[in-house]
Design a binder for this molecule. Structure first.
Ligand SMILES: Cc1ncc(COP(=O)(O)OP(=O)(O)O)c(N)n1
Ligand SMILES: Cc1ncsc1CCOP(=O)(O)O
Ligand SMILES: [Mg+2]
Length: 219
């Protein structure tokens, strides 16, 4: 997913997250529309607590679409399934498989991100262990996930001043509230509801997020 160069800030990018439950036919259309809207670095299939068969079926349908568009494809939680399905990586939380075990399963090329909530300590541990990114949040109230810890934008400032390992900001992010996170140094904006529930549809949401990123980069 890239590391910021020493001579300046790399352009932040969008990290798309699926809804926790989907109708695959409907979602495939929404996913194609989102991709048509502009730059997306990464997609995480987060079918929360759904049967493996459902995740496998969805991955087989959505992975080629992501690959054609150059969007990295990650699974949530399950490194074994990520290996079996040959996707680009996995996101693990503090109650999931430990980072090290996920790395052992997936190998050195895989993208592995770790949830760090609002904790500098967890981020240091994940970064030192070799995580490809650390995820901070939830910065805002999320309609996708209820059991979250509140994070403050200052942690993004501190992280970007401390290390070159990319940060992912997550939790209730919309076009309307993303600016502070970008100004605070977020490398990626991880968004579900802010894209899928956008008033004008997912394509326009992705376009609007990219416009916001360009605006912040220009100032
Ligand atoms: C990019 C990103 N950041 C954080 C999370 C949350 O992971 P986790 O704490 O394991 O919670 P669940 O998503 O598994 O409910 C994430 N999935 N992605
Ligand atoms: C998985 C996750 N972890 C913290 S908040 C969240 C949900 C992200 O979805 P939304 O962008 O709709 O808040
Ligand atoms: Mg998890």
């Amino acid at each position: 997913m890239g590391t910021a160069p020493e001579d300046g800030r790399e352009r932040p990018r969008l990290y798309l997250i699926s809804p926790a439950v989907i109708d695959l036919d409907t979602f495939e259309m929404a996913f194609r529309n989102a991709i048509a809207g502009g730059d997306i670095a990464c997609f995480q299939l987060r079918l929360k607590d759904r049967p493996a068969e459902e995740i496998i079926t969805a991955t087989k349908r959505l992975l080629p679409i992501a690959q054609d568009a150059g969007v990295a494809f990650l699974l949530n939680d399950d490194a074994e399934l990520a290996k079996e399905l040959d996707v680009d990586g996995v996101h693990v939380g503090q109650d999931d498989m430990p980072y090290k075990k996920a790395r052992d399963i997936l190998g050195p090329e895989a993208i592995i991100g770790v949830t760090c909530k609002n904790s500098r300590h967890l981020a240091m541990i994940a970064g030192e262990a070799g995580a490809d990114y650390v995820a901070f949040g939830a910065f805002f109230t999320s309609s996708t996930k209820s059991n979250t810890v509140k994070a403050e934008p200052e942690i993004l400032e501190w992280w970007s001043a401390t290390t070159l390992i990319p940060s992912v900001a997550i939790g209730g992010i919309t076009v309307a509230n993303a600016e502070i996170l970008l100004e605070s140094g977020a490398d990626f904006l991880a968004v579900a509801g802010g894209v899928w529930d956008y008033k004008d549809g997912p394509k326009e949401a992705v376009t609007a997020f990219n416009r916001m990123i360009d605006k912040v980069m220009a100032t």
